[in-house]
Ligand binder design. Structure first.
Ligand SMILES: Nc1nc2c(ncn2[C@@H]2O[C@H](COP(=O)(O)OP(=O)(O)OP(=O)(O)O)[C@@H](O)[C@H]2O)c(=O)[nH]1
Length: 400
């Protein structure tokens, strides 16, 4: 009676969360974060328990065979959901059909050759193997794709590992005591159902928490990025600087303010679309040239700010020069049969910055230096404390 009540609650729980996962997946556009697969997995497991409740005592019939196949398909469906959550394009329907067919055939064979006890023991041992593989996969993910979700993944590994052990114990009991070990009133069965209910109670809300985390991270990231170049915007730049200075071993930084030369002329001569391509070209040059730990942002129309971390004067100068040359030398990639287009930048470098409080002042210093560079002929680098350290080779700002 107690076991029947627990399994009834478990079914309700699994089916309710199946509906919730499905509803979430319908609200997500593009990346569904595996919610469709998790909904299917919950629905299949819930249906398997409904079959168990309605099917009566263990034995060989269609409901029991379907129950076993469904139960064994669920780990596969959850694995596919997990892969999709982490951005892998994992197919579901075809592998699921093959797996269901293979396991149903194995059931018929084992039932025919060794009888029902062997078939039930097989379900427990194969389930244990599947959960062992899932635990190993979750632990592996903690070192790779799920590095930012270590705590959550650790909890999942622990819970799925427990399920693996319970299945081993159940398989051993079935092999030793026969089908009576599966009586719903047996102690291990009750422990099993309570554990499953606990899992369903903990794992389903955890999944929703993970989706929420992913969505809020994506929102924060989008709010801090420039949609055209995918570099940070001003808000992202400030957040990046805050992150840098809040680290215990944070060193000083310098700000490099880059402004594309005669950008208005590029727009006027080649059109706004070409202007946008030039902006993307500069952004790409920044991405390719900067070191890990430096930050690149587009803070205004044709204005970029680079944060150069922990470098001495010579290092900052080398970086600025590499940027200037990279932008000037590579032609802007343009669609269609248009001729090559090049651009140059003028760069102003701020004094050393040791905390976020000084950002506005540092930007003003870099801006004043940049202004001097523009006045002095463009395509050059100027320090905030005066004096051009690099006189650029004269080159036309735009060669069309
Ligand atoms: N294509 C494109 N143009 C933009 C964007 N944002 C601002 N602009 C244009 O950038 C131009 C900036 O021109 P100016 O500030 O006069 O500067 P400049 O022509 O680069 O001259 P110097 O900086 O003195 O070399 C303006 O024509 C803006 O319309 C954008 O997102 N895309």
């Amino acid at each position: 009676m107690v076991a029947t009540f627990i399994v009834g609650m478990l079914c309700t729980h699994l089916l309710c969360f199946a509906v919730m996962f499905w509803l979430i997946s319908t609200r997500l556009q593009g990346d569904k974060l595996g919610m469709g697969a998790f909904a299917a997995g919950n629905a299949m497991l819930g249906f398997a328990y409904v079959l168990q409740l309605l099917g009566g005592p263990p034995g060989w019939n269609a409901a029991s065979a379907l129950n076993h196949t469904l139960t064994l398909c669920v780990p596969l469906v959850y694995v596919v959901g997990g892969l999709r959550f982490f951005g892998r394009a994992a197919p579901l329907l075809r592998p699921l059909l093959w797996w269901a067919l293979a396991y149903t055939a194995a059931q018929v064979l084992v039932q025919w050759l060794a009888g029902p006890v062997a078939r039930y023991a097989m379900l427990s041992f194969v389930s244990a193997l599947a959960f062992l593989a899932m635990t190993a996969a979750v632990v592996q993910a903690m070192r790779g794709v799920a590095r930012d979700l270590r705590v959550e993944m650790g909890l999942f590994a622990l819970l799925i590992g427990g399920l693996c052990l319970l299945n081993v114990a159940k398989g051993v009991l079935v092999a030793r005591d026969g089908l009576q070990a599966l009586d719903m009133g047996q102690r291990l069965q009750i422990v099993f159902y309570v554990y499953m209910t606990f899992l369903a109670t903990v794992l389903a809300p955890s999944m929703i928490w993970l989706v929420l985390r992913r969505l809020t991270d994506a929102l924060r990231d989008a709010a801090g990025r420039d949609p055209l170049t995918q570099l940070l915007n001003r808000r992202g730049l400030l957040a990046g600087l805050q992150g840098h200075f809040s680290a215990r071993a944070a060193g000083h930084v310098r700000l490099l303010l880059l402004d594309i030369d005669h950008f208005k002329r590029i727009n006027d001569t080649h059109g706004h679309q070409a202007g946008d391509q030039v902006l993307c070209h500069v952004a790409e040059a920044l991405r390719q040239t900067l070191r890990h730990g430096d930050l690149a942002s587009r803070t205004g129309g044709e204005e970029f700010v680079v944060v150069c971390a922990d470098a001495d004067d010579a290092g900052v100068m080398r970086l600025a020069e590499r940027l200037r040359v990279a932008i000037a030398q590579q032609a802007v990639s343009r669609s269609g049969a248009q001729g090559p287009l090049r651009c140059t930048v003028t760069i102003g470098i701020s004094q050393v910055l040791r905390g976020v409080d000084g950002v506005e002042a540092a930007l003003q210093e870099a801006d004043a230096a940049l202004y001097r560079g523009k006045k002095a002929g463009r395509n050059r680098i100027e320090w905030a404390h005066g004096g051009a350290l690099q006189q650029a080779a004269p080159s036309p700002a735009v060669i069309a």
